[in-house]
Design a protein around this ligand. Structure first.
Ligand SMILES: *Cc1c(COP(=O)(O)O)cnc(C)c1O
Length: 394
């Protein structure tokens, strides 16, 4: 086992792609060369100021970065803390996912690929991928479970409007994990002209590392904004919600070398960091929700974007070493948090993001966060998409 001190935390995991006991590259033999090709292309691109400039320009003139840091004045007063919101909800398409897909689409283009493949559950990553593909003149093929297609009609329509092909997956439970399997199978068959655009810090190396690097912009901006805003420069807590863990990883990367306490918040019904056991899922080793026979379990959450039975491997490593901690909240707490933020600050956050807020509210009200503390919370996305689904819960 690699000790926590061997590499600086949240740095380059090297060619093995391992974060302690986790990560790696568990894919069919036929995909190993494709993973090597992407790793080499990403290393080359990430060291190239020209690539970095193009990405920064697109994130600025297209995606709306830098996003503001908004002090939540009224809610802060109620909770007796200073709460700062990093506003990923204000990006183009309304969530942090755009940071990752624009980065990967630029990389695919640089590699001479003409098509992006993606899997999607709730449809948010599919829409983001379709968006980036349209921006750069690439084709997009999105795999989506048949059941999810029925449940997420609006996002399917958005993908069609953006020119993407949506392929229904009819195997297994006909949801996200089946769509992941199908997208991987398809990638094997079309690797010459297709690039697999993964939606979070998961999958085989180099994806968990690469996606964290594309999301690092959240943490770096927030670090500079906190330095300007807070007398102590660094907040006491840095909090983000966790599905696969990309908005949290990007946020934590900006603060991992500080004294800030890092907290990832999962849905109780999808809490791989809390209830998972080590296992291999979709090309990487991490903490995975499984039954007593090692069968992967379905995750359930009021937030479709958190319905994933695993967690990014780097989070598993940060948990084991104690640098970050992982908490769970219930659906009921999440809906209450969404409404409370809306009514105190005039911001309707995504249900996913509201998980992070639900934990902050509970901790501040129970003394888990000391009065007077400063808390940075990444508001990963906007909640317009969720209003209809919570109307019975209000
Ligand atoms: C997809 C999504 C998430 C979960 O993804 P992570 O990789 O864990 O960040 C969180 N919030 C929003 C708004 C999303 O769309």
């Amino acid at each position: 086992m690699t000790s926590m001190t061997e590499h600086a935390l949240m740095s380059d995991p090297g060619t093995s792609g391992r974060f302690g006991d986790y990560g790696g590259r568990y894919v069919p033999e036929s995909l190993i060369p494709a993973c090597h090709e992407i790793e080499a292309a990403f290393r080359d691109a990430w060291a190239d100021p020209g690539f970095r400039d193009r990405l920064t320009t697109l994130l600025t003139v297209y995606a709306g970065r830098p996003t503001p840091l908004t002090p939540a004045h009224r809610l802060s007063r109620e909770l007796g803390i200073t709460l700062l919101l990093k506003r990923e909800d204000l990006t183009h398409t309304g969530s942090h996912k755009i940071n990752n897909v624009v980065g990967q689409a630029l990389l695919a283009q640089r590699m001479g690929k003409r098509r992006l493949l993606a899997e999607t559950g709730a449809g948010q990553h599919g829409v983001a991928t379709a968006t980036a593909a349209a921006l750069l003149g690439l084709r997009a093929t999105v795999f989506m479970g048949e059941r999810d297609i029925e449940r997420q009609e609006l996002n399917v329509l958005r993908m069609h409007v953006l020119g993407a092909e949506v392929v229904p997956v009819t195997t297994g439970s006909r949801t996200l994990k089946d769509a992941c399997n199908e997208a991987m199978r398809h990638w094997v068959a079309s690797v010459d002209d297709s690039y697999y655009c993964l939606g979070s810090v998961m999958g085989p190396h180099p994806y968990p590392w690469m996606v964290r690097e594309f999301q690092r912009v959240i943490g770096e901006e927030a670090r500079a904004q906190c330095a300007a805003e807070l007398p102590a420069a660094v907040p006491d807590y840095v909090v983000a919600c966790i599905g696969g863990g990309s908005n949290a990883a990007g946020t934590f990367a900006g603060f991992v070398d500080t004294t800030a306490r890092l907290v990832g918040v999962e849905a109780e019904g999808g809490a791989a960091a809390t209830f998972g056991r080590a296992g291999v899922l979709h090309g990487f080793r991490s903490l995975v929700l499984q039954d007593e026979h090692g069968q992967v379990q379905e995750a359930h959450s009021v937030a479709a974007g958190l319905d994933y039975p695993g967690i990014g491997p780097e989070h598993a490593h940060l948990r084991d070493g104690g640098r970050a901690r992982y908490e769970t909240v219930t659906d009921a707490e999440v809906v209450r948090a969404l409404v409370r933020l809306a009514r105190t600050e005039g911001i309707v956050a995504a249900l996913e993001s509201s998980h992070a807020l639900a934990w902050v509210i509970r901790a501040a009200e129970s003394g888990g966060i000391a009065p007077g503390s400063t808390v940075l919370l990444t508001l990963s996305g906007r909640g317009d998409k969720d209003i209809a689904s919570i109307k019975e819960l209000l």
